[in-house]
Ligand binder design. Sequence first.
Ligand SMILES: Cc1cc2nc3c(=O)[nH]c(=O)nc-3n(C[C@H](O)[C@H](O)[C@H](O)COP(=O)(O)OP(=O)(O)OC[C@H]3O[C@@H](n4cnc5c(N)ncnc54)[C@H](O)[C@@H]3O)c2cc1C
Length: 424
Amino acid sequence: MGTEQTYYAEPSKQVPVYGSYDVVVVGGGCAGFAAAVAAGRLGAKTLIIERFPFFGGTATASLMADIVGIRNQVEPDDLQVMKGIGEELLLRLQENGGAHSRVSEAYKAKQRSDTKGDLSYSYAFNTEAFKAETLRMVTEAGCEILFHAWFSDVITDSGTLKGILVETKSGRQAIFARVFIDATGDGDVAARAGAAFMDYKTDSENCLQDCLMYKVSGFEPGFSINCCTWNGEMVIWGPDAGLHNSADARELTAMEVDTRLRVYRHFEELKKKDPALKNATITETGPLLGIRQTRFIKGEYVITGEDVLEGKMPPDCVAMAANPVIHYYGYRRFLEHDGYGIPYRTLIPETLDGLLVAGRCISSDQIAYESWRAMSTVLCIGEAAGTAAALSAKADVRPRDLDVPALQAQLIAQGAEIGQGRKQ
Ligand SMILES: Cc1cc2nc3c(=O)[nH]c(=O)nc-3n(C[C@H](O)[C@H](O)[C@H](O)COP(=O)(O)OP(=O)(O)OC[C@H]3O[C@@H](n4cnc5c(N)ncnc54)[C@H](O)[C@@H]3O)c2cc1C
């Protein structure tokens, strides 16, 4: 046996060009879905790339079937902060029988009328309905879709992202765009292009852990465990994966192996404690571990816990949030106001052009993240990123040079909430 090789020098080769677009969205989770719909609706030639053959990311591939943070969970809860594309998706799901409100007594959240502008704090949804409705909305918006495609590398020129390389069934392909949106959750595109990022997992133990969620059926009424139910099925927050780097291929595999080997034991333990689960069985584990946090791209502004707790409204607000900080303080810390603003600057990498980030990898500290991470806010951030990308491409300006009041006016015209409905 010879010495183990550390690197392999890949020979250069001609890579076919898949296409050139105004806007390319990488990743089709809640953020990427909303970004693509927003950009497509504005007439931008838009492509969305996703490794799975469906949208939703954590919402579907990890079975996270409970959207929260649509308004504050406790008083004051006068303002519905998730509007625009997120609200439209939820109303469409409700109409098709794919979602129902899930207001728990535990936190005194008020049940609303569940109509436009008066949605409750949280909704459970059917993950298959979510896949179908998001696919409909993306196709209706006129976007092109490339499924079964892995983003793998970047093409940069003088600090600007010009293109990306993706691995597909047809081999490696190059894709060019005026503006890219990194909605991979992990900030894969930005990090590969050399953008600075924070990784609180390796910095601190005070972060949210990943876990494998699973569905069970055959339970009796009156169960006592924390779960999310849907039509005779429940989704259980399963085995924790511990503190790892879920953006590292080897570690991610080890986490999948470990949690998948432990999932039946996890359920057996629950069954011992709760007689209502006696005859229940596991029907599904998500294809992907529930990954809560990896990289946070360092943007022009880092949103902080202080901003969240004080309810700050930045001048460049492009989305709003009102979800509690769920873990950092060792308890669920509710907000004492109707919501705070997400600055556009948190979507702009400090040192890279041609790219916006959207979703759980925006520029944030740990405390703030534990509030805005809710899917409601992530959908609104996605809409803001897609709108900004389309406007930047049209005006032929860098996203960081975009006319922010014009972006805000466009978001309001689309029905988004960016603070115009806030009383004080
Ligand atoms: C265990 C757990 C519990 C949670 N509980 C709740 C809750 O109760 N309520 C709530 O509202 N929120 C909850 N959240 C948070 C919420 O689900 C996430 O913050 C949100 O869904 C993140 O969306 P995203 O689009 O930013 O990222 P993701 O959902 O991670 O989407 C990223 C997408 O990019 C794709 N992708 C990634 N890398 C590549 C690549 N290299 N090439 C191609 N495609 C790629 C992925 O397949 C995925 O579709 C929870 C999350 C977890 C993990």
